[in-house]
Ligand binder design. Sequence first.
Ligand code: ADE
Length: 233
Amino acid sequence: MLGLMGAMEDEVRLIRADLDDVEELDGPCELLRGRLDGTPVVLAKCGIGKVNAALAASAMVQAGATRIVFTGVAGAVAPGLGIGDVVVGNRFQQHDADDTAFGNPIGTVPGEPPYWEPDPVLFALVLDVLRALEEPRGHQVVAGPIVSGDQFIAQAEKVAWLRATFGASAVEMEGAALAQAANRLGVPFAVVRILSDSADGDAVADFPAFLNNAAHRGRDLAHALARQHRLTA
Ligand code: ADE
């Protein structure tokens, strides 16, 4: 069953509105089972941050999800990317994990791999679907590293550090936690981020102004994935 995850109300509200046969499930966050274009799905609104994403991933697998796709917004980090462009994560790290005292590189969680990668089949499918949807609308769709941490980044110096240290394309607050949890749970995952801001001094204003746009594009992606999922599951 296809699992769809978002962190905030704007990342799930239009998908929720399009679900049929909705059933509310008990869990650590809002968790719904239903049908999207006839395809059974589990939809989670996990809440903001790494712990919430990991909890939701676990609950979604318990609810029957066999693939999890996160859709939401992020701050742009790589040069050449701007508000409205889309990053599909091809590598995930937690920029706020710091075990350097023991000689490990910054961003490393002790006992975990140095970074996580998405499921290659799901990643390729999501990238294809997004290119078909977004490129005709004039948005770039790129594969790139995503870094996550329990910090809203709104400082150009921090963006420069994320770029230099991790080669990141985008920064957000859940993707690498979903990656860690999905790896432990043995469930394929992918993360899609529409860039809402440049994680600089304008981010606090740009981010909320963009959420409605992202909500509509997230809904389009969810429908396209549901249709694909019915063909390929
Ligand atoms: N999500 C969207 N924009 C973000 C930012 N600048 N920092 C962290 N998470 C974000």
